[in-house]
Design a protein around this ligand. Structure first.
Ligand code: HEC
Ligand code: HEC
Length: 230
């Protein structure tokens, strides 16, 4: 085959690679659709604030989060396309499946109580604010860039805290979640992830439009002014 023909075949193949929004998101649903929650690791992305999703897509693309398949999916894509994908998933509200199996199902009553206390009151001695102060009273997230915490597998939540502690997950500085993760013990993390994963999510819940009060710590991805996410 002449070199020119081979080249144009390659060009034709590359233009038939996913390049419409529908094709792109169909590929994502292989891992991020509702039924996959039973898999106990894949995070729900539907209905999270668009600014949060956009930040994460850029974090995978730009090396601030690490998961080979995710990096592969988003690496060739420009910001404007990532923004469109984020907007698409933020507007989806599929029902939640029943709570997934996972490490959280083995938690003791004492662990669940510790988890709930961290979520609702935090731990002043460890300088950990209540999770609800930032993630919203209903834990459904806050626009534009703080995610909801219900409907996530406990193993996924544990892994994220591990990533923050190991500095393999990063957000814009100051990285409040990395600071919080550093202040929590592994037992604290297991308790909080167990409690969160056992709460029945409300499919009608939406991210709150505003924070109830100023952030208790500053987060670079969520300016207190609540302007658009950086
Ligand atoms: C092969 C499975 C797979 C495919 C396909 C996939 N993802 Fe993911 N995605 C994951 C996993 C696993 C994680 C969690 C990685 C981690 O531990 O940080 C993730 C994380 C994410 C996150 C961060 C979620 C959060 O709550 O922080 C977003 C956003 C996301 N994916 C969007 C997408 C989009 C958009 C596509 C399609 C372009 C896609 N994913 C395709 C497996 C996949
Ligand atoms: C000072 C505000 C603040 C507090 C307090 C806070 N968070 Fe967060 N949290 C954030 C922000 C901002 C993000 C988004 C970070 C990013 O863009 O990566 C986040 C992200 C997360 C995520 C990632 C969700 C996902 O889908 O990947 C988890 C899990 C999480 N927080 C759990 C907690 C828990 C548990 C607590 C309480 C112990 C807590 N957070 C307290 C601000 C906060």
């Amino acid at each position: 085959m002449p070199i020119f023909a081979a080249f144009s075949l390659a060009a034709a193949l590359s233009t038939t690679a996913p390049d419409t929004l529908e094709q792109r998101v169909a590929a994502c649903l292989a891992c991020h659709s509702v039924k996959e929650r039973g898999d106990a690791y894949f995070p729900r992305i539907a209905g999270k604030p668009a600014g949060y999703l956009y930040n994460q897509l850029r974090n995978f693309r730009d090396g601030r989060r690490h998961y080979p398949m995710m990096t592969y999916m988003v690496t060739p894509l420009p910001d404007a396309y990532l923004r469109e994908i984020a907007d698409y998933f933020a507007a989806q509200h599929p029902p939640y499946p029943p709570a997934a199996a996972g490490s959280g199902t083995n938690a003791s009553a004492a662990q669940l109580a510790r988890g709930e206390a961290l979520v609702r009151q935090g731990d002043a001695a460890k300088k950990v604010p209540a999770c609800v102060a930032c993630h919203g009273a209903a834990l459904a997230g806050v626009e534009p860039a703080i995610p909801g915490l219900l409907g996530l597998p406990s193993d996924y939540i544990n892994a994220q805290f591990g990533n923050w502690k190991n500095q393999t997950r990063r957000a814009a500085a100051p990285d409040c979640m990395a600071d919080i993760a550093a202040r929590l013990s592994e037992a604290d993390v297991a308790s909080v992830s167990a409690w969160l994963s056992q709460q029945p999510p409300d499919a009608a819940a939406r991210p709150a439009a505003n924070l109830p009060a100023p952030l208790p710590m500053s987060c670079g991805s969520m300016p207190p002014s609540q302007g658009s996410a950086k």
